[in-house]
Design a protein around this ligand. Structure first.
Ligand code: PLP
Length: 477
């Protein structure tokens, strides 16, 4: 079998190369350098042919240039001419849009004046202030339009996490005279789950509803969980890890009948699927700019008129007393622009994303065995595909894909980096060994068919290499 030998000039370079290989879990062997090689080091690095490209890319990415490469065929040693530098450049494919999206150039363009000559404080009464106020009003209108709300029902926040905190704590603290019971689900984002856990410490009672194998919540279970002390139901519209879309409309009807306030974390839904607060029967809805091509650090909470809610931040009279603090005008303008673009392009984009996502999904099933879908087959975000690959670890796949320029994730950005199985997959009863091998691909409007073909090619190679190292994997079973 063909082997490759890479020779570095110095011992130092060779040691560094070894550390890169170890970090990337690439198998190698140390051998004496070929006689004709130019080196001050007594060792060279030998690989199997499948690992050659990956090793060279790993070295290149860490700033180590490969200048001497030999191919070994039996006893013959042939000096390889190295590919041109451009060929080694890694193609970049970003498939982690549920973590964050790139800022739309139209959004950036709209924000720039706010950092230049249109810098006024929206509370000032002079022309600079009035200009800033007008920009905020226009953005509020655009965000309201995107979710079918009235302008006066939108409060700008610093993002999804703050909106969730505001909705849950705000309703909890404002309704202590009515009760202390909150209903949520076991698959919420930490921005909801950890707020509920925090409230439990100060005497609130929380019911965490289970989900079925697709990650769906049963509205009947919500109805059964409501007691006279229930003051809030908070259920996400779409799950960030598996993309399952919850029956919010039905849960909203139940909440309305029982006169319980209903919040939905729509951070992953807004900008990806149509969202209308009246059709959904919600009283509160969280959204976040950076999940739909807007800037980071800006979001909004929709608060239906008449909802009893406390503020989290006390200070000036901004945002109609709901949230004190000088407004982030460029951020708000950017969020407004992102909302406008979404209202305009959502339908067209959703179809593009479904086509690419389904191509990726069928490509994986055709080319890679022992792969299974996590999440609902149809009630799912157009851009999200979560799959488990048996006999491989998600973390190893992510590192290997990253070396090939492909960005994906194992779950929510906040939990990656730990080896704990995802709480969402656990709640869906996915066995831990299978949950460990899961990847979340979340596509965006910039992705192309070529991206998908590239990802399928490198993923197939990576899974097959990682499986070949697994003692549990038997290829023909
Ligand atoms: N809720 C969900 C469902 C999310 O996916 C996220 C982010 O990943 C958040 C809330 C938090 O949003 P932000 O990053 O704007 O604080």
């Amino acid at each position: 079998m063909e082997k490759y030998i890479i020779v570095f000039f110095s011992t130092q370079e060779t040691l560094y190369a070894e550390s890169i290989l170890k970090k990337n879990r690439l198998k190698y062997e140390l051998v004496p350098p070929p006689e004709k090689a130019k080196t001050e080091c007594g060792l060279a690095i030998k690989f199997s042919s499948q690992l050659k490209d990956e090793a060279i890319r790993a070295f290149t990415e860490e700033g180590l240039t490969v200048r001497q490469l030999y191919r070994q065929e039996g006893d013959r040693l042939i000096k390889e001419s190295l590919e041109r530098k451009e060929d080694l450049a890694v193609r970049k494919v970003y498939l982690d849009h549920n973590a964050t999206t790139p800022t739309d150039p139209e959004v950036l363009e709209a924000m720039l004046p706010g950092y230049k000559d249109k810098f006024g404080n929206a509370s000032s009464i002079h022309s600079f202030g009035r200009e800033a106020r007008a920009a905020i009003d226009e953005a509020r209108e655009k965000v309201a339009k995107l979710i079918g709300a009235k302008d006066g029902e939108i409060v700008f926040t610093s993002g999804g996490t703050e909106s969730d905190n505001f909705a849950i704590k705000g309703v909890a603290y404002a309704n202590t005279d009515k009760g202390n019971h909150i209903i949520t689900s076991s698959i919420e984002h930490q921005a909801v789950l950890n707020v509920c856990k925090y409230l439990e410490k100060s005497g609130f009672k929380v019911t965490y509803l289970p989900v079925d194998k697709y990650g769906l919540i049963d509205p009947e279970e919500v109805a059964r969980a409501i007691i006279s002390q229930t003051i809030l139901i908070t259920i996400m519209q779409a799950n960030n890890e598996v993309g399952t879309i919850e029956p919010i409309e039905e849960i909203g009807k139940i909440a309305r009948e029982k006169e319980v306030c209903f919040h939905t974390d729509a951070v992953q839904a807004v900008g990806k699927i149509p969202v209308n607060v009246n059709e959904l029967n919600v009283d509160l809805l969280s959204l976040s700019g950076h999940k739909f091509y807007g800037p980071k650090g800006i979001g909004a909470l929709y608060i239906r008129k008449g909802t009893k809610i406390d503020s989290l931040i006390q200070g000036g009279h901004h945002e109609r007393h709901h949230r004190a603090g000088t407004e982030n005008v460029p951020g708000i303008v950017g969020l407004g622009k992102a909302a406008e673009i979404s209202s305009r392009d959502l339908e067209k984009e959703a179809q593009h994303l479904i086509n690419l996502r389904d191509r990726l999904s069928s490509g994986i099933t055709e080319r890679i065995g022992h792969a299974r879908l996590n999440g609902h087959p149809t009630k799912r975000l157009p851009n999200t595909l979560n799959m488990s690959f048996e006999f491989v670890e998600g973390e190893s796949m992510i590192i290997s894909l990253d070396l090939k320029g492909v960005a994906v994730s194992t779950g929510s950005a906040c939990t990656s980096g730990t080896l704990e199985p995802s709480h969402v997959l656990s709640a869906m009863d996915v066995p831990p060994a299978i949950a460990q091998g899961s990847l979340r691909f979340s596509l965006g409007k910039g992705n192309t068919e070529e991206d998908i073909e590239y990802v399928l090619k490198v993923l197939q190679e990576i899974v097959s290499r990682l499986r070949s190292m697994s003692p549990l994997y038997k290829p023909n079973k």
